[in-house]
Design a protein. Sequence first.
Length: 236
Amino acid sequence: MTQPIPILRPHALRVLDAYSCIGGAARGYQWAGCHVTGVDIRPQPDYCGDDFHQGDAIEFILAHGAEFDFIHTSPPCQGEGAPAKGTNAARNALTGRSHPRLIAATRNALDAVGRPYVIENVAGSEVRKDLRLCGEQFGLGVLMHRYFELGGWTTEQPAHPVHRGRVRGWRHGQYFDGPYVAAYGKGGGKATTEEIRQAKRIDWSTDHFNLREALPPAYTHWIASQFLAPRLEVAA
Protein backbone atom coordinates (compact mmCIF):
# COMPACT_ATOMS: atom_id res chain seq x y z
CA MET A 1 0.00 0.00 0.00
CA THR A 2 1.21 3.51 -0.76
CA GLN A 3 1.12 5.77 2.31
CA PRO A 4 1.78 9.51 2.52
CA ILE A 5 5.24 10.37 3.81
CA PRO A 6 5.00 12.05 7.26
CA ILE A 7 5.89 15.72 7.36
CA LEU A 8 8.80 16.10 9.78
CA ARG A 9 8.64 19.14 12.09
CA PRO A 10 11.03 20.08 14.88
CA HIS A 11 8.11 20.63 17.27
CA ALA A 12 5.31 18.23 16.38
CA LEU A 13 1.72 18.96 17.34
CA ARG A 14 0.82 16.74 20.30
CA VAL A 15 -2.45 14.89 19.67
CA LEU A 16 -4.44 12.81 22.16
CA ASP A 17 -6.28 9.94 20.45
CA ALA A 18 -9.09 8.88 22.82
CA TYR A 19 -10.96 5.60 22.32
CA SER A 20 -8.03 4.79 20.08
CA CYS A 21 -8.64 1.17 19.01
CA ILE A 22 -5.68 0.13 16.79
CA GLY A 23 -4.98 3.69 15.71
CA GLY A 24 -6.74 4.29 12.41
CA ALA A 25 -7.16 7.92 13.45
CA ALA A 26 -3.65 8.07 14.93
CA ARG A 27 -1.94 7.10 11.70
CA GLY A 28 -3.61 9.95 9.81
CA TYR A 29 -2.36 12.49 12.34
CA GLN A 30 1.10 10.93 12.14
CA TRP A 31 1.06 11.35 8.35
CA ALA A 32 0.58 15.07 9.04
CA GLY A 33 3.65 15.10 11.28
CA CYS A 34 1.88 14.94 14.67
CA HIS A 35 2.99 13.07 17.79
CA VAL A 36 0.04 10.90 18.86
CA THR A 37 -0.78 9.38 22.26
CA GLY A 38 -3.60 6.83 22.41
CA VAL A 39 -5.87 5.83 25.28
CA ASP A 40 -8.33 2.94 25.21
CA ILE A 41 -10.13 0.87 27.84
CA ARG A 42 -8.90 -2.32 26.13
CA PRO A 43 -5.31 -3.36 25.55
CA GLN A 44 -4.33 -2.53 21.98
CA PRO A 45 -1.15 -4.43 21.07
CA ASP A 46 -1.50 -3.33 17.43
CA TYR A 47 -1.74 0.37 18.26
CA CYS A 48 0.37 2.37 15.82
CA GLY A 49 0.64 5.67 17.69
CA ASP A 50 3.73 7.05 19.42
CA ASP A 51 2.53 6.28 22.97
CA PHE A 52 -0.36 4.35 24.52
CA HIS A 53 -2.18 4.25 27.87
CA GLN A 54 -4.79 1.68 28.80
CA GLY A 55 -7.59 3.21 30.81
CA ASP A 56 -10.81 5.18 30.82
CA ALA A 57 -10.76 7.78 28.04
CA ILE A 58 -12.86 10.40 29.84
CA GLU A 59 -10.79 10.15 33.02
CA PHE A 60 -7.61 10.48 30.95
CA ILE A 61 -8.94 13.54 29.12
CA LEU A 62 -9.79 15.25 32.40
CA ALA A 63 -6.45 14.35 33.99
CA HIS A 64 -4.11 14.89 31.03
CA GLY A 65 -6.00 16.57 28.18
CA ALA A 66 -4.47 19.98 28.88
CA GLU A 67 -1.04 18.52 28.07
CA PHE A 68 -2.01 18.14 24.40
CA ASP A 69 -2.49 20.62 21.55
CA PHE A 70 -5.43 18.79 19.96
CA ILE A 71 -7.74 15.97 21.06
CA HIS A 72 -9.36 13.43 18.76
CA THR A 73 -12.15 11.27 20.21
CA SER A 74 -14.09 8.36 18.73
CA PRO A 75 -16.58 7.27 21.44
CA PRO A 76 -18.13 3.81 20.93
CA CYS A 77 -20.69 3.95 18.13
CA GLN A 78 -22.54 0.66 18.76
CA GLY A 79 -25.23 2.38 20.84
CA GLU A 80 -25.45 5.50 18.71
CA GLY A 81 -26.55 4.60 15.17
CA ALA A 82 -30.07 4.21 13.84
CA PRO A 83 -30.03 0.36 14.08
CA ALA A 84 -29.12 0.50 17.78
CA LYS A 85 -31.98 2.90 18.47
CA GLY A 86 -34.48 1.22 16.15
CA THR A 87 -34.10 -2.22 14.59
CA ASN A 88 -31.89 -3.67 17.30
CA ALA A 89 -33.41 -1.89 20.31
CA ALA A 90 -36.07 -4.53 21.03
CA ARG A 91 -33.57 -7.37 20.54
CA ASN A 92 -31.12 -5.76 22.94
CA ALA A 93 -33.87 -5.27 25.51
CA LEU A 94 -34.70 -8.98 25.39
CA THR A 95 -31.09 -10.11 25.67
CA GLY A 96 -30.08 -7.49 28.22
CA ARG A 97 -27.31 -6.33 25.92
CA SER A 98 -26.39 -2.68 26.17
CA HIS A 99 -23.75 -0.35 24.77
CA PRO A 100 -22.27 2.71 26.47
CA ARG A 101 -23.34 6.08 25.17
CA LEU A 102 -20.45 8.38 25.96
CA ILE A 103 -20.71 11.29 23.54
CA ALA A 104 -22.22 13.80 26.00
CA ALA A 105 -19.80 12.87 28.77
CA THR A 106 -16.89 13.07 26.35
CA ARG A 107 -17.99 16.51 25.15
CA ASN A 108 -18.28 17.73 28.75
CA ALA A 109 -14.75 16.54 29.50
CA LEU A 110 -13.37 18.16 26.34
CA ASP A 111 -15.09 21.47 27.10
CA ALA A 112 -13.69 21.37 30.64
CA VAL A 113 -10.15 20.92 29.30
CA GLY A 114 -10.51 23.64 26.67
CA ARG A 115 -8.32 22.21 23.93
CA PRO A 116 -9.38 22.12 20.23
CA TYR A 117 -11.05 18.79 19.55
CA VAL A 118 -12.92 16.44 17.28
CA ILE A 119 -15.69 14.01 18.27
CA GLU A 120 -16.23 11.39 15.56
CA ASN A 121 -19.25 9.13 15.24
CA VAL A 122 -21.89 7.64 12.95
CA ALA A 123 -25.07 8.96 11.38
CA GLY A 124 -27.85 9.01 13.97
CA SER A 125 -25.47 9.81 16.80
CA GLU A 126 -25.59 12.87 19.04
CA VAL A 127 -22.47 14.50 17.60
CA ARG A 128 -23.01 17.88 16.01
CA LYS A 129 -22.68 17.39 12.27
CA ASP A 130 -20.03 20.02 11.57
CA LEU A 131 -18.24 17.80 9.06
CA ARG A 132 -19.04 14.67 7.07
CA LEU A 133 -16.33 12.57 5.45
CA CYS A 134 -16.70 9.67 3.05
CA GLY A 135 -14.18 7.18 1.68
CA GLU A 136 -14.92 8.27 -1.88
CA GLN A 137 -13.48 11.69 -1.08
CA PHE A 138 -10.12 9.95 -0.67
CA GLY A 139 -10.41 7.24 -3.32
CA LEU A 140 -10.87 4.46 -0.76
CA GLY A 141 -12.54 1.09 -1.19
CA VAL A 142 -15.05 1.83 1.59
CA LEU A 143 -17.74 4.49 1.86
CA MET A 144 -17.92 4.62 5.69
CA HIS A 145 -19.64 7.98 6.15
CA ARG A 146 -18.57 9.51 9.46
CA TYR A 147 -19.55 12.74 11.17
CA PHE A 148 -17.30 15.06 13.16
CA GLU A 149 -18.12 17.64 15.80
CA LEU A 150 -15.44 20.33 15.91
CA GLY A 151 -14.69 22.12 19.17
CA GLY A 152 -12.60 25.29 19.34
CA TRP A 153 -11.95 25.44 15.59
CA THR A 154 -13.78 25.21 12.27
CA THR A 155 -13.21 24.19 8.68
CA GLU A 156 -15.21 24.07 5.48
CA GLN A 157 -17.16 20.97 4.47
CA PRO A 158 -15.45 19.39 1.44
CA ALA A 159 -17.53 18.44 -1.59
CA HIS A 160 -19.10 15.00 -1.41
CA PRO A 161 -18.44 13.27 -4.75
CA VAL A 162 -20.94 10.97 -6.42
CA HIS A 163 -20.34 7.35 -5.44
CA ARG A 164 -18.92 5.20 -8.23
CA GLY A 165 -21.33 2.32 -7.59
CA ARG A 166 -22.68 0.03 -4.88
CA VAL A 167 -21.20 -1.65 -1.85
CA ARG A 168 -20.47 -5.26 -2.77
CA GLY A 169 -22.55 -7.95 -1.07
CA TRP A 170 -25.96 -9.49 -0.55
CA ARG A 171 -28.98 -7.26 0.08
CA HIS A 172 -32.41 -8.82 0.64
CA GLY A 173 -31.49 -11.99 -1.22
CA GLN A 174 -29.84 -10.25 -4.15
CA TYR A 175 -26.10 -10.00 -4.75
CA PHE A 176 -24.64 -6.70 -5.90
CA ASP A 177 -21.14 -6.07 -7.16
CA GLY A 178 -19.42 -2.75 -6.77
CA PRO A 179 -16.19 -0.84 -6.10
CA TYR A 180 -16.67 -0.72 -2.32
CA VAL A 181 -16.50 -3.46 0.30
CA ALA A 182 -18.70 -3.80 3.38
CA ALA A 183 -16.16 -3.45 6.19
CA TYR A 184 -18.50 -4.63 8.96
CA GLY A 185 -19.69 -8.03 10.17
CA LYS A 186 -18.97 -11.29 8.40
CA GLY A 187 -20.63 -13.33 5.66
CA GLY A 188 -22.93 -12.15 2.91
CA GLY A 189 -20.08 -10.96 0.75
CA LYS A 190 -18.61 -8.73 3.45
CA ALA A 191 -14.95 -7.84 3.37
CA THR A 192 -12.18 -10.21 4.37
CA THR A 193 -9.35 -9.08 6.61
CA GLU A 194 -7.06 -8.35 3.65
CA GLU A 195 -9.82 -6.52 1.78
CA ILE A 196 -10.39 -4.21 4.75
CA ARG A 197 -6.65 -3.57 5.04
CA GLN A 198 -6.53 -2.59 1.37
CA ALA A 199 -9.79 -0.62 1.38
CA LYS A 200 -8.93 1.48 4.46
CA ARG A 201 -5.16 1.59 3.81
CA ILE A 202 -4.36 0.06 7.18
CA ASP A 203 -1.38 -2.25 6.95
CA TRP A 204 -0.27 -2.73 10.57
CA SER A 205 -2.99 -5.07 11.90
CA THR A 206 -4.68 -8.32 10.88
CA ASP A 207 -7.38 -8.25 13.57
CA HIS A 208 -10.66 -8.42 11.63
CA PHE A 209 -12.80 -6.90 14.39
CA ASN A 210 -10.46 -4.00 15.08
CA LEU A 211 -9.99 -3.37 11.37
CA ARG A 212 -13.76 -3.06 11.01
CA GLU A 213 -13.87 -0.55 13.88
CA ALA A 214 -10.91 1.54 12.75
CA LEU A 215 -11.29 4.90 11.06
CA PRO A 216 -9.46 5.18 7.73
CA PRO A 217 -6.30 7.25 8.33
CA ALA A 218 -7.08 9.39 5.27
CA TYR A 219 -9.90 11.05 7.23
CA THR A 220 -7.71 12.31 10.05
CA HIS A 221 -4.84 13.17 7.73
CA TRP A 222 -7.25 15.57 6.02
CA ILE A 223 -8.56 16.89 9.37
CA ALA A 224 -5.02 17.49 10.64
CA SER A 225 -4.12 19.28 7.42
CA GLN A 226 -7.13 21.59 7.78
CA PHE A 227 -6.38 22.28 11.44
CA LEU A 228 -2.69 22.95 10.83
CA ALA A 229 -2.94 25.04 7.66
CA PRO A 230 -3.83 28.44 9.23
CA ARG A 231 -1.38 27.86 12.09
CA LEU A 232 1.47 27.12 9.68
CA GLU A 233 0.63 30.29 7.74
CA VAL A 234 0.90 32.35 10.94
CA ALA A 235 4.17 30.65 11.88
CA ALA A 236 5.60 31.36 8.44
